[in-house]
Design a protein around this ligand. Structure first.
Ligand SMILES: [Fe+2]
Ligand SMILES: [Fe+2]
Length: 214
């Protein structure tokens, strides 16, 4: 029987900021500009529409990773779990939209994710490592921003919802980092992660402030 080498994404509990056994962590180099939260709270319907789109794209990204690496069982299993969990998030956000008589918007390219994906290198091992670390960084920023919404939204129900979403995205970045350590040469992970975090801080600082996740 195949050994399960990764934690169940649906498991509750750990909110630790480092990955067990490796000491590895994803520490953002720039906190989100406070004007971002102001923009989100000033047009929460726009944020919700974008959030639905982000969850759907996150699920699709996990499915694409699973399809790309059918020969890596730990990665395949983790991406199947992730695709299902992100789709669950999408379903929950769609319910919030419907309750508010809002419609999801069209899926548009996310400039933040596009800019990070542009950093992904060619070469099979470089490509795999970069895809996993970009995933870790995107999830880490998502966890930070959903946590900001959870702390600040005036509606208790939405505070609770975004607290759960933030915890979930927090588990996702740990999963991506664990996969990077598991699937790639461990000595490459930290250096490449630092490079991508520097780039991420530049990207996030250059984006316009708007009522969207990025
Ligand atoms: Fe999600
Ligand atoms: Fe996620």
């Amino acid at each position: 029987m195949a050994q399960r080498v990764l934690p169940d994404l649906n498991a509750r509990g750990s909110t630790a900021t480092s990955t067990a056994g490796t000491g590895a962590s994803v520490e953002l180099l720039a906190a989100t500009d406070p004007r971002w939260l102001e923009a989100v709270l000033a047009d929460f319907p726009a944020f919700l529409r974008d959030h639905a789109s982000c969850e759907k794209k996150a699920s699709g990204m996990a499915l694409a990773m699973a399809a790309h690496y059918p020969d890596r069982p730990a990665l395949l299993a983790a991406m199947a779990d992730l695709a299902a969990e992100e789709l669950g998030h999408y379903r929950e956000v769609v319910r919030l939209l419907v309750e508010r008589d809002l419609q999801p918007g069209p899926d548009v390219r996310d400039p933040y994710v596009n800019a990070l994906n542009a950093e992904v290198r060619r070469g099979s091992m470089e490509y795999l490592l970069d895809r996993l670390l970009v995933g870790a960084v995107v999830e880490r920023r998502g966890a930070e921003r959903f946590g900001l919404v959870a702390d600040a939204h005036p509606e208790p129900g939405l505070r609770k919802f975004y607290r759960a979403i933030a915890a979930s995205e927090g588990r996702h970045w740990q999963t991506f980092l664990e996969l990077a350590v598991h699937e790639c040469p461990e000595q490459d992970v930290g250096e490449r992660l630092n490079t991508l975090l520097v780039r991420e801080a530049d990207i996030v600082g250059a984006l316009p402030v708007r009522a969207a996740l990025h």
